[in-house]
Design a protein around this ligand. Structure first.
Ligand code: PRP
Length: 187
């Protein structure tokens, strides 16, 4: 899917495919430098992190293992409550391992705050965080992401893993949705 397929549902491209590619290359190079040797387990958080996990991992030039978790926040509406339910757990045992969580976005920061604590409680040796996007509210919760692609404004973003009603995850760029789409289909 690309911008042409969206017609007037797309308000604007916020981060282009080329910008994402370039930034992920930089972050992958940083990861190569930060983990020169030893074990590294990438944990992708479904579903949003799927494109980033695939693209990032192919730019990393050292061995990595990949695993996936799916989590869901309890609570009504679009705001995270901070209480997280595991929908799909890791196959791997993280005890004693270096873990790098890969996420598409930090919004309130509550999901990643919970996830990092959860993996540390399982005995992970280290837990780092990569987020492609970070919204301003993330600063309110103590989530120190080690690798951040882009700081973005507090807008309704879609694409590159991010959905609206499960659509648009397969856009190769990050964009904003035209207001008429979510005002009609939302609520
Ligand atoms: C999104 C995103 C993060 C979380 C961020 O996932 O992928 O996991 O919300 O929000 P927070 O910082 O406010 O906690 P979502 O629950 O929408 O699931 P999805 O990835 O399957 O779309």
């Amino acid at each position: 899917m690309d911008a042409n397929d969206m017609g007037n549902a797309l308000e604007k491209v916020l981060i282009s495919e080329e910008e994402l590619d370039q930034r992920l290359s930089e972050l992958a190079a940083q990861i190569d430098r930060d983990y020169p040797e030893g074990d590294l387990l990438l944990v992708g958080v479904l579903k949003g992190a799927a494109p980033a996990m695939v693209d990032l991992s192919r730019k990393i030039h050292r061995p990595v293992e990949m695993d996936w978790m799916a989590v869901s926040s309890y609570g009504a509406g679009t705001k995270s409550s901070g209480v997280v339910r595991i929908l799909k757990d890791l196959d791997a045992d993280v005890h004693g391992r270096n873990v790098l969580i890969v996420e598409d976005i930090i919004d309130s920061g509550l999901t990643l705050h919970w996830l990092r604590e959860n993996l540390l409680n399982r005995g992970a040796k280290s837990v780092s965080i990569l987020a492609v996007l970070r919204k301003p509210d993330a600063a309110k919760v103590a989530v120190d992401a080690n690798y951040v692609g882009f700081d973005i404004p507090n807008e309704f973003v879609i694409g590159y893993g991010l959905d609206f009603a499960e659509d648009y995850r397969h856009l190769p760029f990050v964009g904003t949705l035209a207001r008429h789409v979510y005002e009609v289909e939302g609520e």
